[in-house]
Ligand binder design. Structure first.
Ligand code: AMP
Length: 203
């Protein structure tokens, strides 16, 4: 089961990816988390990525494609995985298809988290307040101006990837404005339809 969670920043992809991971026992691959870890560790990739990540801009395709290509070789990805924040460009989407085809695997669903973008800013403000209340550091790219930049990057560079997956008949939409449980139930319905064969067999 290889799932792509697709949607703008603060749509709740990370939260839902963790739910799916726990429920279906598949790996959760977040390129954002991997890049933040590389930055924290001060690796070469981290050093190259820091200014871009902090500024809300995309890291070059070859960097994230390399990270994912290495990660999916791990044993915990054998059963399946959820991609959260990858692919973000057409180049990443086609590279993903090529690397999966070489393993005779393919993306099963692209789950689009449909959200009202005008309400996302409020979500980010809440996320920042909650993080501060826990005494944890706030992500540099969660400031309001950086968040607006991330949304612009999504609309200009990531959203145009959707027709690529629509042409493959893989896009499933969920109403991302519902509660965490409500969104999770919609995703579970999509995944259980697949398991029970209602969507037809897919490789
Ligand atoms: P996220 O945690 O998914 O919101 O990602 C945080 C930041 O990491 C993004 O704003 C980008 O700077 C970088 N990033 C994460 N995933 C990708 C990707 N697939 N392609 C390029 N940059 C990425």
């Amino acid at each position: 089961m290889i799932i792509v969670l697709f949607g703008p920043p603060a749509a709740g992809k990370g939260t839902q990816a963790k739910r799916i991971k726990d429920k279906h026992r598949v790996a959760h691959l977040s390129t954002g988390d991997m890049l933040r870890a590389a930055i924290a560790q001060g690796t070469d990739i981290g050093k190259k990525a820091k200014a871009l990540v902090d500024g809300g801009l995309l890291v070059p395709d070859d960097v994230v494609i390399g990270i994912i290509a290495e990660r999916i070789e791990s044993e915990d990805c054998a059963k399946g995985f959820i991609l959260d924040g990858f692919p973000r460009t057409l180049g990443q989407a086609s590279a993903l298809d090529a690397m999966l085809a070489a393993k005779k695997r393919s993306v099963m669903h692209v789950i689009l988290m449909d959200v009202d973008q005008s309400r996302l800013t409020k979500r980010v403000e809440t996320r920042v307040a909650e993080t501060l209340a826990r005494g944890e550091p706030v992500r540099p790219d969660d400031s309001l101006d950086k968040f607006k930049e991330r949304l612009k990057v999504y609309n200009e560079q990531t959203l145009p990837t959707l027709p690529y997956y629509e042409a493959q008949g893989k896009v499933r939409r969920v109403d991302g404005m519902q509660t965490i449980e409500g969104v999770g139930a919609q995703i579970d319905a999509i995944l259980s339809d697949e398991k029970s064969g209602k969507m037809g067999a897919r490789p």
